[in-house]
Design a binder for this molecule. Structure first.
Ligand code: ZN
Length: 179
């Protein structure tokens, strides 16, 4: 929560509702964004606000019920390295890393997922400029996790059948409403 002043319009930011599994929108393929505009710029700020507040290290637009290809991440300890990516795509990947992942749309569930450890991502920044970004380790994990959301994939889909059922069982138990 510390470094909101880095963001352009922090006075007007709004906290958005995070949609929870099994909301069907989390399983949809999101649409590319064709051009930057003020609405998307504001959405990016609101997504950062919502992510820092949660707190989390990444958030994808479908998690706030917007079916568009937009993610925000910040894996720094002091919340001062915000990265917003529009239409992000992994164009190269190498290596391997296993990380215990969690998801703001599956609160309380954590599981080890194996992914490439080094990636090259292509996309558009919030100024509408095409960019390439190299990411390693946690940042690479986080970006891949968020890009998965744009394709309707959740991190539990990377688990074996048994581990996935266990994770979902735990989630159901956690989210069960007491009578
Ligand atoms: Zn997630």
């Amino acid at each position: 929560m510390a470094n909101f002043k880095n963001l352009s319009i922090y006075d007007t930011m709004e906290k958005l509702d995070i949609v929870l599994y099994p909301e069907p929108g989390l399983r949809e393929i999101c649409q590319p964004i064709t051009e930057m505009n003020d609405d998307i710029d504001k959405l990016i700020d609101d997504m950062f606000y919502t992510m820092y507040d949660a707190p989390g290290i990444g958030l994808a637009a479908p998690q706030i019920a917007v079916q568009e290809r937009l993610i925000v991440v910040d894996v720094s300890e002091s919340n001062n390295q915000p990265i917003a990516l529009i239409n992000p795509e992994v164009v190269q990947s190498a290596g391997e890393i296993t990380w215990e992942e969690g998801c703001l749309s599956l609160p309380g569930v954590y599981a080890k997922v194996k992914r490439p450890s080094d990636i090259l991502v292509r996309g558009m920044d919030r100024e509408g400029k095409q960019i390439e970004l190299e990411a390693n380790d946690l940042l690479a994990v986080c970006i891949q996790h968020e890009i998965d959301h744009l394709n309707g994939t959740m991190f539990i889909d990377h688990l074996s059948g048994l581990k996935r059922s266990r994770a979902l069982q735990k989630y159901r138990k956690l989210t069960e409403q007491p009578e």
